[in-house]
Design a protein around this ligand. Structure first.
Ligand SMILES: [Zn+2]
Length: 141
């Protein structure tokens, strides 16, 4: 599939259309089957084409990308704080979280690690404050 950006010469309206191939576009154009959605003119020309990206991933605009980057940066700062101040306990999170609360000798400020949503809910039910935070992969920009 090829995507063509079509421009009407008469009313200058631009629309995107999909064609199975370049030849397909040519054929339809020659048969004057290509008409403007807005004014009905068949003076349609293609102004730009972009290859069909086979994945369905939603593309973000540059503005959105900037926002995402901003959020990621904030998360990284937050992550750094967590890493600097808390002890990583991996999958033992809920066990360690309980010992942090119930073991009076344990005077750690906090821990972080992996836990399921259910484990977090259990901890919250017991009155132990635990939160899920999105974790940004260091390698990601
Ligand atoms: Zn038109």
């Amino acid at each position: 599939m090829i995507k063509y950006r079509l421009k009407c010469k008469d009313c200058e309206i631009i629309s995107d259309s999909w064609f199975s191939s370049f030849k397909d576009f040519d054929k339809i154009k020659k048969l004057k089957l290509l008409t403007c959605n807005s004014c009905g003119s068949n003076k349609i020309e293609k102004s730009l084409m972009s290859p069909n990206l086979s994945n369905n991933k939603k593309k973000f605009s540059s503005n959105e990308n900037l926002k995402i980057k901003e959020i990621k940066n904030k998360l990284k700062i937050y992550q750094k704080f967590v890493k600097d101040n808390f002890r990583y306990v991996g999958k033992n999170f809920s066990y360690e979280a309980r010992s942090l609360i119930y073991d009076t000798k344990n005077n750690e400020k906090g821990i972080y690690g992996k836990a399921t949503k259910e484990e977090i809910e259990e901890l919250n039910d017991e009155g132990i404050k635990a939160d899920i935070i999105p974790w940004v992969n260091e390698k990601e920009n």
